[in-house]
Design a protein around this ligand. Structure first.
Ligand code: ADP
Ligand code: MG
Length: 447
């Protein structure tokens, strides 16, 4: 029975309070939203803002403290049989083969044995696991395990598919291929799924995939933005409208008032000033962000920080500048405050940190320029000297050297660049720079 206005799911004034007595804690505060048939929405926000809690409430794994969940216009009681969640790490039965793991899900749905095998094999084939039917989970890589997780979720043929940061634990290439497969299944209409809700920390991924972007903030967990993405598929990452939307989500997540392109300056050779990359060590930056994450209100007095972290003030100022340039922290009145994006970074896994870092530095004009140079050059590689000379358009000789060293250091961490010290050649990381970041990376359009 379809709802007249096409809404599949509706949340009305959802509140979730954890704990009891004096230690109550509001994890979700007054969340109201609806998800329509045919919609792909993403849920963003810092760790702890309640994304997982909300997904559990939506699928009925957990009843909210207050508020109503409506599914196809009817109040939801107990687990929603039409919805499934794929978690970041999918729990498979280690003693069952890949195929058996999928068949178990079909069995639970009452599919007769003969059909189970055919369906399981078909699903495994669709997620690209053909040939691994008889493998055991321990034999599979993280990406493959997650594919089994997807196959199992698809086996249930959910109308509403909830994905809780399903790509965060994966390497860049596996994440890219799974995203592609998900989009193919979704847009190809081969699964009966009517709506997808994906929790993610990746702004560009969200703008690339979603019809709607929901942004939450924490303390208390609440909805702070509900943005419709009105761009046709396949979306072009260089399209000014695309960039504008990335900017808008970024501004909300980073709590900025200026679009980021205004803050970041111009590329070398372009009119205007190129913002230099602060020379910092990434471990030190990570340390600073983690420290702020542990402070009350994620805030610290800059003057006091030098003492607390035992770094000299020049080094500290460079770290602070980097944190701000990358969009992880805001500075005002002598204080530095970690913003939701910085918080997400500070609390993310190593893989997820690299990915967030990569999306941040790809937006720095100097870095964009460097990637552009490499992409345009023969074999996508260039000699250190040549790039350094080009940077002298903007910086004096020594500074140009330092800029390039810093760019290489950051690019390596983000797995966008590689550098061979013996030949002094710089090149694009085959996986990284062509991963989700690839300019022409297009998903098929919606069905
Ligand atoms: P996210 O997925 O956005 O990181 P979560 O939904 O996991 O956020 O958590 C939201 C907040 O609720 C966090 O502060 C978390 O510690 C808290 N929380 C989550 N589940 C429970 C629980 N079962 N009991 C108490 N607190 C919880
Ligand atoms: Mg979560």
């Amino acid at each position: 029975m379809a709802d007249p206005n096409g809404s599949l799911l509706e949340l009305r004034h959802i509140n979730q309070i954890y704990g009891g007595g004096e230690h109550t804690f509001t994890a979700i505060q007054d969340v109201t939203l609806s998800l329509n048939e045919g919609e792909f929405a993403t849920l963003m926000g810092p760790t702890g803002c309640g994304k997982s809690t909300l997904l559990r409430i939506i699928t009925g794994l957990q009843a909210p403290t207050a508020g109503e969940v409506l599914y196809r216009g009817q109040p939801l009681h107990g687990v929603n049989p039409h919805a499934t969640i794929v978690f970041q790490t999918f729990a498979l039965f280690p003693w069952l083969t890949v195929q058996e793991n999928v068949e178990v899900a079909l069995k639970a749905r009452g599919v007769p044995p003969k059909l189970r095998t055919t369906r399981a094999l078909d699903l495994l084939d669709r997620v690209g696991l053909d040939g691994f039917e008889n493998a055991y989970p321990r034999e599979l890589s993280g990406g493959m395990l997650q594919k089994v997780g997807f196959a199992r979720a698809m086996a249930v043929e959910p109308e509403l598919l909830c994905l809780d940061e399903p790509f965060s634990a994966l390497d860049v290439l596996s994440a890219e291929s799974l995203r592609g497969e998900l989009m193919e299944l979704w847009t190809g209409g081969v699964i009966p799924t009517r709506a997808i809700l994906l929790a993610t920390h990746n702004i560009e991924e969200a703008v690339f995939l979603a019809d709607r972007i929901l942004v939450m903030d924490k303390d208390p967990g609440r909805l702070i933005m509900n943005l419709k993405v009105d761009l046709p598929h396949p979306r072009q990452r260089k399209d000014p409208k695309f960039l504008n939307l990335v900017d808008r989500v970024y501004m909300v997540l980073a709590g900025h008032t200026q679009p980021e392109h205004v803050e970041m300056g111009t590329a070398p050779g372009e009119p205007g000033r190129t913002r230099a990359l602060p020379h910092i060590n990434i471990d030190d930056l990570t340390g600073l962000l983690e420290h702020l994450d542990g402070m009350p209100n994620n805030r610290a007095d800059i003057y006091a920080l030098a003492r607390e972290l035992q770094v000299n003030s020049d080094d500290l100022l460079r770290l602070i500048e980097a944190a701000e340039l990358l969009g992880f922290a805001n500075i005002a009145y002598g204080d530095i405050t970690l913003n939701p994006l910085g918080e997400t970074f500070a609390e993310a896994s190593i893989r997820a940190r690299k990915e967030i870092f990569a999306t941040r530095i790809r937006r720095l004009p100097l870095f964009k320029w460097l990637l552009g140079l490499l992409r345009a050059s023969d074999k996508q590689q260039m000699e250190w000297d040549v790039v350094q000379k080009a940077l002298e358009l903007e910086f004096h000789e020594e500074e140009a050297e330092r800029q390039l060293d810093t760019a290489i250091d950051w690019g390596r961490y983000a797995e966008l660049l590689a550098y061979d010290d013996s030949s002094q050649v710089l090149f694009l990381e085959p996986g990284g720079a062509t991963g989700f970041a690839r300019e022409n990376f297009n998903f098929p359009g919606p069905a």
